[in-house]
Ligand binder design. Structure first.
Ligand SMILES: *Cc1c(COP(=O)(O)O)cnc(C)c1O
Length: 374
């Protein structure tokens, strides 16, 4: 049957391939009636910590809560400043504001869409408590440069690795294993996605690990004796059971995404589209896990409309930079303050990259793009 429709993501295809294993794992939890934390969560934490090359992992309720609990563990207080990128999913900056700390924004490197490390040092002040680089789309930010600066000023680094589980830099170091704390999301559209919300924090620091464990359960230790004020940031056993099964397949799925990215790179080139479409930049020696295949497109909005009309799933990640968000007006940034991020917001477009895509589906995506520019 000729392909005439490609969704941005098709989770049913993945589910079909592992449904029996998942059903058995979920069933086991239901039989145990042990739903909150417990042995399933612990077993998953140990496995995923190893996968992320981290000493410790703490399962939490979402990627957003991972960022929040990380900032809480580092004692970020009202009035403190936290440096981050102007271009990411809302939670990156939102978590800082929720603690009444101030997000201090930095423009992106136009090649990678990640924070430009060269612009971090000028905005460091005595109030700077942390830096949050984001490994956007699944390729790591320049952690070597960022850690050099952070170490020089004795500032903590929280890696927002929500889109980057298993991503590596050119030294083979995995996302979430380099900074003070790493934050992951198991939102269903992430490379390792649960059956609902979930997240994780990683660290190599034992004292921070202990603190994160207290904070995710209202700061209690022992039960009903509260050392500090935390919250309910716990991961469900049902989610851990699902994620534990899926983790076994993650490298295969990543290989599928990478093969799809190669197919697109080559297909854009062979169709002569690279003067209107810029494929994702790949840093030599890095392991890009392609949570998104994000292109820059000329006439982006018209292309988006055309693709949607022809039933090609696509999405803008992200259409508005943090400095231009209504809720951040109080930060007093102006439009134009982060020129590269704002340009990215005007040009970015993500096309389907999920591992189960067939060659026919990818060709349909490429042919539809080619038709638009004809
Ligand atoms: C998905 C995501 C988050 C938030 O994760 P949730 O699990 O949806 O709360 C944070 N940062 C980035 C960069 C993300 O992509």
């Amino acid at each position: 049957m000729a392909v005439n429709e490609v969704p941005l993501l098709d989770l049913k295809a993945q589910y079909q391939s592992i449904r029996e294993e998942i059903t058995a794992a979920v069933h086991e939890v239901m039989e145990s009636q042990y739903f909150i934390l417990g042995p399933k969560v612990k077993a998953f934490e140990e496995k995923v910590a190893e996968y992320c090359q981290s000493e410790y992992a703490v399962g939490v309720s979402s990627g957003s809560d991972a960022l929040l609990i990380a900032l809480m563990a580092l004692d970020v207080q009202p009035g403190d400043e936290v440096i981050t990128t102007a271009y990411s999913f809302f939670a990156t900056a939102g978590s800082i504001s929720r603690l009444q700390a101030r997000p201090v924004l930095v423009d992106i490197d136009p090649h990678t869409f990640n924070i430009d490390p060269g612009q971090i040092e000028p905005v460091i002040t005595k109030k700077t408590k942390a830096i949050i680089p984001v490994h956007l789309y699944g390729q790591m930010a320049d952690m070597q440069s960022i850690m050099k600066i952070a170490d020089r000023y004795n500032i903590a680094v929280i890696e927002d690795a929500a889109q980057a589980i298993g991503s590596e830099d050119d030294q083979g170091r995995r996302a979430g294993s380099i900074g003070t704390i790493g934050c992951f999301s198991f939102f269903p559209s992430k490379n390792l996605g649960g059956f609902g919300d979930g997240g994780l924090v990683t660290t190599n620091n034992e004292a921070l690990y202990q603190k994160l464990m207290y904070l995710r359960n209202h700061g209690a230790y022992p039960k009903y004796y509260h050392k500090m004020i935390g919250g309910n940031f716990r991961l469900d056993a049902l989610q851990a059971a699902v994620l534990d099964v899926k983790l076994n397949y993650l490298d295969n799925w990543t290989a599928g995404r990478q093969a799809n990215a190669d197919f697109y790179d080559e297909g854009l080139r062979s169709r002569g589209l690279t003067h209107v479409i810029t494929p994702p930049n790949r840093i030599a020696g890095y392991r890009h896990i392609f949570n998104q295949y994000n292109i820059r497109a000329q006439q982006r909005d018209a292309l988006l409309k055309y693709l949607k009309e022809h039933k090609v799933g696509c999405e803008i990640y992200y259409p508005v930079t943090f400095n231009n968000q209504e809720c951040f007006a109080y930060l007093n940034y102006k439009q134009g303050d982060f020129a590269e991020a704002e340009k990215a917001a005007d040009e970015s477009l993500a096309i389907p990259i999920y591992p189960e895509l067939t060659d026919e589906q990818k060709s349909y995506v490429l042919d539809t793009i080619a038709e638009f520019y004809q």
